[in-house]
Ligand binder design. Sequence first.
Ligand SMILES: *[C@@H]1O[C@H](CO)[C@@H](O)[C@H](O)[C@H]1NC(C)=O
Ligand SMILES: *[C@@H]1O[C@H](CO)[C@@H](O)[C@H](O)[C@H]1NC(C)=O
Ligand SMILES: *[C@@H]1O[C@H](CO)[C@@H](O)[C@H](O)[C@H]1NC(C)=O
Ligand SMILES: *[C@@H]1O[C@H](CO)[C@@H](O)[C@H](O)[C@H]1NC(C)=O
Ligand SMILES: *[C@@H]1O[C@H](CO)[C@@H](O)[C@H](O)[C@H]1NC(C)=O
Length: 408
Amino acid sequence: MRISISPPSLLILLITSLPQKAVADSSSPSGSDTRNPTCSCYRIPTTSEPLYFHHHRFWDFRSLPSSPSYSNTPPPSQGQRINSNFLSTSPFTNDWSVQDWSKNATSSTPLHMTNSPDNIFVSQISPSNSADTDPADDVPKNRASANTTALTLFTTRTPSFQSTAELQSQTSDYLHASLRLRFRVIGAGGGSNGGPDPGAVVGAFFYADDSNESDIEILTRDATSLYRFSNQPSVDKDGDAIAEAEVDVDLSALDGGSGGGNDTGDWTRFHDYRIDWSEHEVTWWVDGIQRARNSYGVPKKPAGINLNVWGDGGEWSGEMEVGGVAGMEVEWVEVVFNRTVGEGERRLGKRGDEGCRIVCRVDGVRQLGVPEVMYTAGARIGRVGLLGCEMWVVMALALLISGMVDWL
Ligand SMILES: *[C@@H]1O[C@H](CO)[C@@H](O)[C@H](O)[C@H]1NC(C)=O
Ligand SMILES: *[C@@H]1O[C@H](CO)[C@@H](O)[C@H](O)[C@H]1NC(C)=O
Ligand SMILES: *[C@@H]1O[C@H](CO)[C@@H](O)[C@H](O)[C@H]1NC(C)=O
Ligand SMILES: *[C@@H]1O[C@H](CO)[C@@H](O)[C@H](O)[C@H]1NC(C)=O
Ligand SMILES: *[C@@H]1O[C@H](CO)[C@@H](O)[C@H](O)[C@H]1NC(C)=O
């Protein structure tokens, strides 16, 4: 029997046998650009082929320095609104833009809505409501040990309009990305579910235009275990639902089924959300488990990243009653992404090794938001690989020549 090792498997052998050195990265994860300068690409495991990306960012809202509360502003029910320069200074403002546009009422969306910068603020999560004391919180390791703060996006219904909140990435040149964020949905407890009032949509999504958009959406009128994952548009020109566009996922089964559980699947608790947008499909994850995938309507255009909390009285959002409130409390946002071409980005091969010398991971790292090196492809392997290639060329030539000699 002949044991043959082909050059690729030899390479893989070499690559995987390298010690997996972790990076000592002293940079604080609270900053905007936490791209580990050591990493030349990031490898994202999926349920099939891993994805490779060039860039990484992490924004941490969990322990922002605070000064006393704002006055004269409606605090969200579960947290105290605090002052923080964080939102009005760089690095936050380099990456994110607080929206202030409005949308007039129409016959099908009877509430005027206005995005108000005042509806985006840092809040102190009161200990009685923090996930640390939440028995159903299954990802406690992601909490900061220091004071507990979060970025709150808030919506409330005034007598004449819906006051809403939207945060948008400064650029719309993301082209495929893995967006992760940890948040919970809040409200004043007025809703029939004892939480947020019906009539709001809580969203995290990629957006280029209405037909190049991929969403995580939570409707406060839904059961608190229902998640809506879609590639827009999810309705056609006649207003009829496009079945393939949306995957609704009910996580009440996480509670042990039959309603007798501990509300683990409940979106009023903190969860880790993730949406992976690649060329041919979008997948949606909650707490590290893939819950949905869709290859229909995958956005083709470079897009921006949006977080919002809104309502317009229409059929989709529902209409909030005057005085009603809802919001999202975001602990952190992490994005691993490619941009549109133009930064001299080189192709990343199957193992990320072409154009990527040092392959990093962002999942299962010791400190959330701080990537770690998985393996080094180019620096050492690249040379070994090249030598290996050259060696095989030489050997092949030698065989060819010896074969020719025999033949002659
Ligand atoms: C944490 O809270 C304490 C007491 O409320 C306060 O004195 C301290 O400044 C806070 N630390 C941070 C980092 O916000
Ligand atoms: C919204 O309505 C106001 C007042 O009716 C009008 O002045 C404004 O131009 C409208 N905006 C848009 C975008 O239609
Ligand atoms: C409740 O949560 C715990 C972990 O916090 C989990 O082990 C258990 O399976 C969950 N469900 C039920 C029905 O108890
Ligand atoms: C994305 O935008 C292009 C160009 O406007 C359009 O043709 C296409 O239908 C949109 N959606 C998808 C999923 O490609
Ligand atoms: C990111 O860009 C690189 C270089 O073009 C490419 O090889 C890689 O497959 C891209 N990743 C995704 C998920 O599109």
